[in-house]
Design a protein around this ligand. Sequence first.
Ligand SMILES: Nc1ncnc2c1ncn2[C@@H]1O[C@H](COP(=O)(O)OP(=O)(O)OP(=O)(O)O)[C@@H](O)[C@H]1O
Length: 831
Amino acid sequence: MSNITVCARFRPLSSKEKKDSRDNICISSLNSESFVFKEEKEECTFSFDKVFYEESMQADVYEFLALPIVKDAVKGVNGTIITYGQTGAGKTYSVEGTSILECDEQKKGLLPRVVDGLFECIKSADELTKYTVKLSMVEIYMEKVRDLLDLTKDNIQIKENKMQEILLSGVTEITISNPEGALQSLSTEMNVGSSRSHCVYILTVQLESTTDKRVKTGKVILVDLAGSEKVEKSGAEGKVLEEAKTINKSLSALGNVINALTCGPSARSSHIPFRDSKLTRILQDALGGNSRTVLLCCCSPSPSNALETLSTLRFGTRAKHIKASPLVSCREDRHAKKHGDITLTKDESCDRILNKLRERLDDEDVRLLEELFMLEGLFFDVNSVEDVESAYQDVTSWTISSLQQTVEELIYTVEELEDKNKALKARLAYAERLDAMSKKNEDNAGVLFKMIVSDSAKYCNARMIFGFLIYGIHSNMEKDGINETLHGTQEEKWSKVVRKGNNTSKHSQCPLKAPNFSNLLTILVFNFGDSNSDTGDLAAGLGFLPGPPYGRAYFKTPTGRFCDGRLIVDFLRNPSSPSIALPMASKTCILNFLTLLSIFLPLTQSLQFNFPAVFNFGDSNSDTGNLVAAGIESIRPPYGEIHFQIPSGRYCDGRLIIDFLMDAMELPFLNAYLESVGAPNFRKGCNFAAAGSTILPATATSVCPFSFGIQVNQFLQFKARALELLAKGQNDLAGAFYSKTFDQIVASIPDILVEFETGIKNVLKFGSDPSKLDELGCVSAHNQAAKLFNLQLHGLTKKLQGQHSDSNITYVDIYTIKSNLIANYSRYGKD
Ligand SMILES: Nc1ncnc2c1ncn2[C@@H]1O[C@H](COP(=O)(O)OP(=O)(O)OP(=O)(O)O)[C@@H](O)[C@H]1O
């Protein structure tokens, strides 16, 4: 008994992975057998028979894991090499190289090397043996075994002979007399094989002794498994989805077989589910003990594939415990049998007759005869009935597992239907509420708007709601012109807007008679951020006010900022004339101001402040009034009273970073996009940031419906309208350009935010648990997530800057600045 040999192979990082992870990898080598796998939270050490790192050569892999098998094959011992791993992990590269036929010597894969090796061994073998090398190639595609050397044989049956060896009934075997011939035949597979199938290459070496006519066979089977696929990650659908599901199912069956084989002697004696898939049935010899077996676990070293790599490595570790016992495969040839004293059983006789017939008749005749024999009860299809007990076991376990699967699917379907039902009911209730309101001619726009926004995430997408708001605004503008300034509370403003916009038929006839946007054509600055520069959006939009003393010290009134005084952005007002900010600052703020000023001075001085207009996206860090303008909640005094004289819509008592930046650029403060109802001036830019917004689309639990994607859409709509006014027809090209760019940005962000989300959840969960806090009393996990986020955000900004040399993208690590403030507060004038 010997263990299965398990090796791990890490391919080099692909160029995309290199860019994404900035050359980071998730493993560090200990030696040629062990390495440390580093995952975000834990590190674990893996040991295999051999580890091939990124720089390893194809020849090293062949010599370690295939050469011993090749040497054994010419002695009549079977050997199997299986490559396992996620899609793109390097399985095909290991088996075939870059191409079977046209491949430089260094990159040649295991298969061509095995062919060469077999002929080398035969050349140097003794002369008393006659060797014949045969080649078969099949693929398992959608649970059918297809003969790659004869595509008409698309459902090859798997059988077992009396030596309990697995046979592929009727598979084409071509005899090859030299390596070149073998490679020529192998290369045909490249044209016909499906990329989503398991490929099985079988090289059979028949050894016939010239003295006693004894015949032995040794097989080398190479299995290039199809890669497992995360369907959610790849977004597969239709036929591709079916293929992926079938692949995953057969790989699960392989996992189950390995589990059953490694569960200790008692479990081993019970059922091993080889028959659950064609793959496991074909590998029955290799895994069950009739073969010397090597498993090559192919992995990507990229942190972005860490989970898949971990699962591959765990699979390999599990497989390591399988015991295999290779047997010399030996049978008497027919001459020997004629003269020998072995009595053949009925089945063996049938086999013998069929083999004879196979030589004389064509395949179809043999198949018909087989069918006839089976009908007559003369011949048993070993694939379906081996013995009553195991057949019964198989049927029972298959029935149980398929019933379990059906139950799971049913539960899932019920859950899905329940969710859909809930959503439909809610939608219906929502429609009824709207209907009731219109019937009663209830024109309370404040109530209506509140309802739409608060229900938005559940019933409609935010864009629809936004469309509604714009519609109201447009209609209003058409009727009254944009110069009308609506007075009163936010609720009253929206009331007017919605009332005027109630007739939807007007929409198409009411192009925006908008303010003069002539200065908006060149868009040079985009800002992204969060509560670090929110001047009031969250409070405005979501109806919760940070309690006193937020903002009192400096502005004497809450401004919507999440800060007692001003935010960093507030201090960026104008580095050359600090006196503008100083008179308003309290003693503490003055100290903060001076410190922060010195931090930002180089940054601000190096900026070229000649931007004609600024467009800002983000959340409460830079929201200058969008959520307030959305009318969900008005911010009560004293937010912003000191500086703005009225609540400014910012979550800050004073100004935000974005305000100071605007000041530094000698531009007016940015007006909130949704504030357009009050005829604000958009000539110098527009602010789309909304407090509480997320980069991922809003969900039922989101605080703010205006996620990043929506903000970008708002911007596109805004720009298209402005361009429409200036030069009809120009906006298509420009609009498409911006849309594409931001889609790409959005597509690259969700992965980063997974980290951040984990951090947030941890804060909510562990915020009060002292063991989860660091020495400063901050939640460690949250801070770790923030650092990770910033690190990757930094990478992303660098990447974007590289791709857009005509833009200036500035990354500010506010976390480090703030944590320094907290850690060293006494240095900054706090007791
Ligand atoms: N060791 C290696 N050295 C250099 N390039 C490699 C190596 N391993 C894989 N590659 C390259 O990585 C890419 C993906 O490899 P490959 O096609 O072998 O993956 P796979 O695991 O077979 O994927 P699938 O399951 O989708 O067939 C290919 O471009 C291949 O050339």
